[in-house]
Design a protein around this ligand. Structure first.
Ligand code: ADP
Length: 612
């Protein structure tokens, strides 16, 4: 049977690029509100810093005037005259530094707290989504939303508050002081500056587009590397190293090319803007000089004017960059909030429970029809009906792709039937508490069990979070795993590596069986593994399974003849419905093995002969 993961990866058509989600301001406000005090303080500090920055050029001008007067008159006490304006300037610098420290520190705090709670909320929401959601969205993209998108949103937010406020205030304030200093010069500047800043913004936006495409190309190269490194066994098995290297090289080449032209563009831009900015300084001195000659302007005023006009230039350039940053931040934020507010069709908990003393474990599929939400045109189950009596083992056999794993997935409520119902002791499972059903009633052992990258102890305890060490040992013994676990130097504290790569297939299986058994489930679903087990570990796994099924209602997707022999009922699944039901050998000793063999050979075909 194909595992659902493999089936999706190979059959889902490439998803169309989804339309950009809109930014959810109400949701954002929920995260911002607890930080409002710190945020307001930061805003005040940033504003105050900007106002001080507007004052600084004027004080500099005063100082220059004092210096110039002293130099001209060659008399008077230079130190005494200069002290007062210099001290005022120093005070202002000190205050400005303090305020800058204040708003940056406060903003960092606000940003981190908001980003942290956004990450937590998004992760919580992602883990609650339906299995179908994960069929439709790639894990890598979900992880990107948790990491890069939150990061981008956070830095844009901080930048817009700090730089944005400052730049606007400084532009307005400095223009006012420019006008007070020299209306004539300011009018000239008002003519020239917007044209230059506009041209700069235009080139800037072109460069940003270039940069975005270059970044996308870098991401594409990373994706190739990620896929190859993550699936290195497959790459190795197909001897595809050279092909993957060639693929990666061509993507990297393309991204370097794009980044080089981006670098060229930035170089041209920087060179040009240096010339232009210096030209403005020169022009101001030139025009200002002629005004000074006419006694309309003092040297100090000219100094103030120069510094203030530089502040204006910087602030306006900043604003145009900030605009782009804000747009990017908003779309990153929108992506973060999109999945945060998504409600799963089946919530994780809520619903009734059957008290354990009344629980029989009788499962019935009533006329169930089903198609995967990602492939609505393909009906996987059609009027599928099946009765699993309490404490009996029912084996499903059938061709690969016939829908066997789908039956198991429906019983776990990974998906909802499109039609019909599944009942446990007569209650429709969609009225039952899903977390109770999955956590305590159903044990699921999949074909390729996935372990988590922690100790064996913790992996087994995953089945029952509060389990004592003794319970873990007992489950491991039942699963035939205790022996090999204790043979490891670190025993139960052995770390199994990412996804359990440090264990053999058979060992992994047995740990997974222990993990399922520790919760003492009334119902057991087994997707039997046939692949990758040598005879020795197959025997150990089989023994564990034989012990595991005793006293439980078991649905087993059978690949082994021995399972079929041991089953109380054998169901042949073909094209989504039950094609045939046979009583198992145990229940009907007269029919003997003949019926079993017939069913097996009929549906597995001659290929089955080779495997046992
Ligand atoms: P079996 O276990 O008998 O091999 P499955 O139940 O895995 O069969 O699959 C039945 C059909 O459903 C197959 O055609 C498969 O391609 C499709 N399928 C399985 N999982 C998914 C999924 N997550 N999304 C869409 N189609 C799926």
């Amino acid at each position: 049977g194909g595992s659902p993961i493999v089936a999706t990866a190979t059959t889902t058509p490439a998803p169309e690029p989804a339309p950009e989600p809109a930014f959810d301001w109400a949701e954002f406000w929920k995260f911002l509100r607890p930080q409002l005090l710190a945020l307001s303080a930061a805003v005040m500090f940033a504003l105050a810093t900007a106002l001080l920055n507007v004052r600084i050029p004027l004080l500099l001008g005063e100082l220059v005037n004092v210096v110039a007067r002293c130099a001209q008159e060659h008399a008077g006490n230079y130190l005494r005259d200069v002290r007062q304006p210099a001290l005022r300037l120093l005070l202002l610098y000190g205050l400005q530094g303090l305020l800058t420290f204040g708003y940056i520190a406060l903003l960092a705090q606000v940003g981190e707290r908001v980003a942290g709670s956004m990450r937590k909320a998004l992760f919580t929401s992602l883990l609650r989504q339906d299995v179908m959601f994960f069929d439709a969205n790639r894990t890598g993209q979900l992880v990107t939303r948790l990491t890069a998108d939150v990061q981008e949103f956070k830095s844009s937010f901080k930048l817009v508050i700090s730089q944005g406020l400052r730049s606007v205030t400084q532009t307005v304030g400095c223009f006012a002081s420019l006008y007070l200093l020299s209306p004539a010069l300011t009018r000239l500047l008002l003519l020239v500056l917007p044209c230059l800043v506009g041209a700069g913004a235009l080139i800037g936006s072109f460069l940003r587009g270039l940069s975005r495409r270059a970044q996308e190309q870098v991401a594409k190269a990373t994706e190739v590397a990620d896929e190859a490194l993550g699936n290195v066994r497959t790459v190795r098995a197909f001897a595809m190293e050279d092909r993957e290297v060639a693929l990666y090289c061509s993507e990297v080449d393309r991204s370097s090319q794009m980044n080089e032209s981006l670098g060229l563009g930035i170089a041209v831009f920087q060179g040009l803007s240096n010339v232009v900015l210096n030209g403005i300084v020169l022009g101001t001195i030139f025009v200002g000089g002629s005004l000074m000659a006419g006694e309309d302007l003092s040297a100090g005023d000219l100094m103030s004017f120069l510094v203030a006009s530089q502040t204006v230039q910087r602030s306006m350039a900043n604003l145009s960059i900030l605009f782009g940053q804000a747009v990017r931040g908003l779309s990153a934020g929108a992506r973060v909030f999109e999945f945060m507010t998504l409600e799963p069709a089946v919530s994780l908990c809520g619903g009734s429970q059957i008290p354990s003393h009344a629980l029989l474990g009788h499962i019935c599929f009533h006329d169930v029809s089903f198609c995967y939400p990602t492939r609505p045109s393909c009906q996987v189950l059609r009027n599928f009906s099946l009765n699993l009596p309490p404490c009996k083992t029912v084996a499903i056999v059938g061709q690969s792709g016939g829908g066997k794993s789908t039956v198991a997935a429906l019983l776990e409520r990974f998906y909802e039937p499109t039609q019909g119902a599944i009942t446990l002791d007569g209650c429709d499972i969609c009225t039952l508490d899903p977390s109770w059903l999955r956590g305590q009633i159903i044990g699921f052992i999949s074909q390729e069990p996935v372990l988590f990258g922690t100790t064996i102890m913790e992996n087994i305890r995953f089945g029952k979070p509060g389990a004592t060490d003794a319970e873990v040992y007992a489950a491991a013994q039942l699963a035939n795993a205790d022996g090999f676990i204790r043979s490891f130097p670190e025993g139960y504290s052995t770390v199994v590596g990412e996804r359990g790569v440090m264990l053999s297939g058979g060992q992994k299986q047995r740990v997974a069986i222990a993990r399922a058994l520790i919760k003492n489930p009334s119902v057991l679903i087994l997707d039997e593994a046939t692949s990758a087990l040598d005879a020795e570990s197959e025997k150990a796994v089989q023994e564990a399974l034989d012990r595991a099924v005793a006293g439980r209602t078991v649905l087993v997707i059978a690949h082994r003849l021995s399972t079929i022999q041991g089953a109380d009922l054998i169901v042949v699944l073909s094209r989504g419905c039950v094609a045939e039901v046979r009583r198992g050998a145990l229940e009907n000793p007269h029919s003997g093995l003949a019926g079993v063999w017939e069913a097996w050979v009929l549906w597995e075909g001659p290929s089955a002969w080779g495997s046992w």
